[in-house]
Design a protein. Structure first.
Length: 131
């Protein structure tokens, strides 16, 4: 067991990955702050102009995808290094080609959950007469 642990610790690729993980974690935190700014600007744009900013919409989608790629790399779900070591993610879903779907009133309506009364069941042996 000690030899296996020493080999794992001495593995060069593990330490290179840790270095990349630290870099991408820092980049992720910066992207998170930029994403917050996008959210705020998009909200203000919608508030004052009653429209969403199309360019900001596409940038926000690409930035979200970039953050997702970083998280996938950090959690070992992907070995592909995100931008700047890979390509910048491109969002193929633009608002002109794929508009944001709004929920209908029927879909948005909250339904009541009916409380079901328990059946009069004595269990698996309910057909056995009581004494």
């Amino acid at each position: 067991m000690d030899n296996e642990l020493k080999q794992n610790i001495a593995e060069h690729s593990t330490w290179i990955r840790v270095f990349y993980m630290i870099i991408f974690f820092i980049i992720y935190r910066i992207a998170e702050a930029v994403l917050l700014a996008v959210v705020i600007f998009q909200f203000l744009s919608r508030l004052f102009t009653a429209k969403v900013n199309e360019k900001l919409l596409v940038f926000g989608a690409n930035l979200s995808k970039f953050a997702y790629e970083i998280l996938m790399f950090l959690t070992y779900n992907s070995e592909i290094k995100p931008f700047p070591f890979g390509e910048w993610p491109k969002n193929t879903n633009t608002t002109k080609n794929n508009p944001v779907k709004k929920r209908s009133k029927k879909e948005a309506k909250v339904t009541k959950i009916s409380k079901q009364e328990p059946e009069d069941d004595a269990g698996p042996n309910s057909d056995i007469p009581e004494k």
